[in-house]
Design a protein around this ligand. Structure first.
Ligand code: NAD
Ligand code: MG
Length: 394
């Protein structure tokens, strides 16, 4: 039971990233109206920013995931009252601190262990790290349920669905429609997409985000992960999850009911709205974000995603239909292919081919039932992906 008289205790995993920085901005905006105490902040490389955040918020603990940076972080925090920790054990220490609410905003599979740990302890989890659900699936949902905390989506599409869902009418829920901006290559031909560079792939037309998710928006692998994320968050069947390209990123997603009604959530593309909702849910808070001006908007466009240029959507549907460990396999193969693309070892469109080859080679693997299973599947899929990449002609 949370003692209402004491400040709400918050931790931000991945505080130095795009979502992390926005989360601290929201906390700062609400401070004074809501009372907060910042417990743990975690980052990886950007020590100066992490130390500055820890000082600004009087955090109890600051953690760098990079073990070799422990002394450097400790030095930066000398005399501040914030403890330093490092490595995976440091992240676990952060998870064990008694925060009531945890923002899970580490990028990639690295976020799974600390988030699971905080969930098992009963913290409310504001989930930006979609990889927790894509890799852990039912295991992750069960851990949150058993811990007794709430799982509140932060991904803008899932926050939208969460806001539109009428839980009393779940029997009448027909489908969810995830919107996708289409990314920087929405209007490119497949031939034009052959030789795109990292520099163009990382420039998102509407959202300012971390590198991995920006490239994932260009390939639509981000949407693929979000389709799988939606399945576990909202307990949906594969055929209840649709994707529509919506270049303006104003409609963040929609829920369709059996009577033909569709409920949508709209707003300017600013993650702070979803973060604020996750922080004060079920209440809404006042935030200093830009307001929608419908007169200026003039139009909202929608188009069907072209799966020959964006095979990620088809691969996600395949993963959903096959079930088992295919979500975790898709995720690990995509992280590996993304790494190879960043290092210019493969081309942009090769990423989907690598993912498909790995998924097809691992159809027999059952859904994980323990976290060790998740990591074993993840390792195997990464090795397989590295193999597929090595065997490709340059
Ligand atoms: P980012 O790259 O900007 O930040 C990632 C954070 O994780 C940083 O604090 C970084 O230091 C930390 N980190 C990196 N590698 C780590 C490791 N190995 N171990 C521990 N910590 C590590 O990423 P982001 O854009 O803020 O995205 C974070 C998560 O939120 C991702 O899962 C992403 O898919 C999701 N998300 C982001 C947005 C967005 O607008 N940026 C929107 C929806 C969902
Ligand atoms: Mg999203």
């Amino acid at each position: 039971m949370i003692d209402q008289d004491r400040p709400r205790r918050l931790s931000v995993f991945g505080s130095t990233g795009s979502i992390g920085v926005s989360t601290l901005d929201v906390i700062e905006q609400l401070d004074g109206r809501e009372r907060f105490e910042v417990m743990a902040l975690t980052g990886n490389g950007n020590l100066e920013l992490l130390a500055e955040q820890a000082r600004r918020f009087g955090a109890k603990l600051a953690v760098t995931a990079d073990e070799s940076q422990y002394m450097a972080l400790k030095d930066l925090l000398a005399g501040t009252g914030t403890d330093a920790a490092a490595g995976v054990s440091g992240l676990m220490e952060a998870a064990d601190l008694e925060a009531d609410w945890v923002m899970a905003a580490i990028v990639g599979t690295a976020g799974l262990s600390p988030t699971l740990r905080a969930a098992a302890r009963g913290a409310d989890i504001a989930l930006a790290n979609k990889e927790c659900l894509v890799t852990g699936g039912a295991l992750f949902v069960d851990a949150v349920r058993r811990g007794g905390g709430r799982l509140i989506p932060v991904d803008s599409e899932h926050s939208a669905i969460f806001q539109c869902l009428d839980n009393d009418q779940r029997h009448a829920l027909e489908r969810v429609v995830l919107t996708a901006s289409g990314g920087p290559f929405r209007t490119y031909t497949r031939a034009q997409m052959e030789n795109v560079t990292l520099q163009t792939a990382r420039t998102h037309p509407n959202w300012s985000m971390g590198l991995k998710i920006s490239v994932g928006s260009a390939s639509m692998f981000n949407k693929a992960l979000e389709m799988i994320e939606a399945k576990y968050l909202f307990d949906l069947e594969a055929d209840q999850i649709e994707v529509i390209v919506h270049p303006q990123s104003i409609v963040h997603s929609m829920v369709g009911y059996a009577d033909g009604s569709v409920i949508a959530q709209l707003g300017v593309p600013d993650m702070r709205t979803a973060i604020g909702y996750a922080l004060t849910y079920p209440k809404r808070c006042a935030l200093n974000v830009e307001r929608l001006d419908f007169a200026k908007l003039a139009r909202l466009d929608f188009e069907t995603p072209d799966e020959s240029r964006f095979p990620a959507i088809r691969l996600a549907r395949t993963a959903l239909q096959r079930g088992g460990a295919q979500g975790a396999i898709l995720n690990a193969a995509e992280e590996t292919a993304f790494g190879a693309f960043v290092e210019e070892r493969i081309r942009f469109l090769d990423m989907a081919e690598v993912v498909e080859a790995v998924m097809d080679a691992m159809t027999e693997i059952a859904a994980p039932t323990t976290i060790d299973d998740v990591f074993a599947i993840d390792r195997e899929a990464r090795l397989k992906a590295a193999d597929v990449i090595a065997q490709r002609k340059p």
